[in-house]
Design a protein around this ligand. Sequence first.
Ligand code: GDP
Ligand code: IMO
Ligand code: MG
Length: 422
Amino acid sequence: MKIDVLLGLQWGDEGKGKIVDVLTPKYDIIARFQGGPNAGHTLEFNGIKHVLHTIPSGIFHKEKINIIGNGVVIDPVILKKEIEDAEKIGADAKTNIYISKKAQLILPTHRLLDKAYEEYKGDTKIGSTLKGIGPAYTDKTARMALRIGDIFSPDFSQRYNIIKSHHEKIFAGYNFSEKNSDYEKEWFKAIEFLKLFKYIDSEIFVNDSLLNEKSILAEGAQGSMLDIDFGSYPFVTSSNTTTPGVCTGLGVSPHKIGEVFGIVKAYCTRVGSGPFPTELFDATGQALRDKGHEYGSTTGRPRRCGWLDMVALKYAVMLNGVTKIIITKADVLSGFETIKVAVGYKINGQLIDYVPYEINDSIEPIFEELPGWKKDITNCKKTKDLPIELLNYLKYISLKTGVKVKYLSVGPDRTQTIKIKY
Ligand code: GDP
Ligand code: IMO
Ligand code: MG
């Protein structure tokens, strides 16, 4: 058996949570492979709207195993709250969540470091979610992190204090005096709570499960254009959000990768700083934000909105080896007279059709224009119910990327998903 992958092809918030929830009945196991509580994955079903940060989005389906892989960074305070909230609406977290012993801990001082670094950067700040993600991954590569498996070690507090005092030396250098001792208290309480959960050597568990014909879906966080190596550096997150992240974040070999589902919003959004070639600063951008309720699931910040960027999308399809595309939020585009898609960039008077080394604000997008559609599609159930202009838009995306569109999402609810046949 091979492991399927589902990940975002833009700058995050493509609707990964919703689609993982929809696809979960086809799988035995859902596994997060990177990122942490910077993610906000929204699920809607039976009138409930729920946001997950660390827990995989398969948690509301009974008897499905949800693995938090070794590539994930965990803030115990956030994970505890998430578990309690999910249990309130019926999730059986203690039975169905398996945590990799090798997943790394985000310490309270990692959150402060995030803030200190962003303040230091001033106008050039990343626009981080300030959840401590960057500093936590930095300590991982610096080989001075605590992993969640360490919570059972007798010298856990001692090791915690060594890292904390290292962080305090950094704060002194930055003249950063903020403390979060209340958060630290909560953090240690959450550690005790998390001791009741199931810890596994997830690389062994995942590979054994594949050998035993169990089906697994790896759930990505963030989006390909936020990848630490291939995204719009330095305005990125600190992990590999692309398919290779599955190999390192779960311990599977590249040969074991099966389908790669790439999720694309029918337009484009970005939250935080950094270049965004197709960004709209006008009434159309505001209309996309209003209609699409484009406000961050984790921070509530307004998302920047723009047209679909085919140059960046083709790059993401190439990097990830996408085998099927899933388009979300098509309903938000209903009512627009025309729809624009960037098919090239103009930089210093020169036309290019690829993502350059430096993606910066001087890029001018070259647009193609397609006819829009008027019909409200939120109640459409089948391909044949969809307006021809929308079907042409899907075909256009398939043609340009060379990948078939398999599903179309026409609303936030689980049921508002159409299998595309054309
Ligand atoms: P994720 O981080 O990729 O899981 O995406 P988020 O949950 O951060 O953001 C996607 C937002 O769009 C959420 O509020 C979803 O409920 C919502 N959503 C997902 N699919 C659709 C869709 O097809 N139409 C509409 N209108 N909303 C959607
Ligand atoms: P999901 O999984 C959208 C953005 C932040 C910031 C940059 C770095 O919900 O799609 P970090 O907190 O990692 O230091 O932030 O990346 N970012 C996201 N944007 N969706 C996300 O996750 C994101 N996670 C991080 O806004 O620009
Ligand atoms: Mg999100």
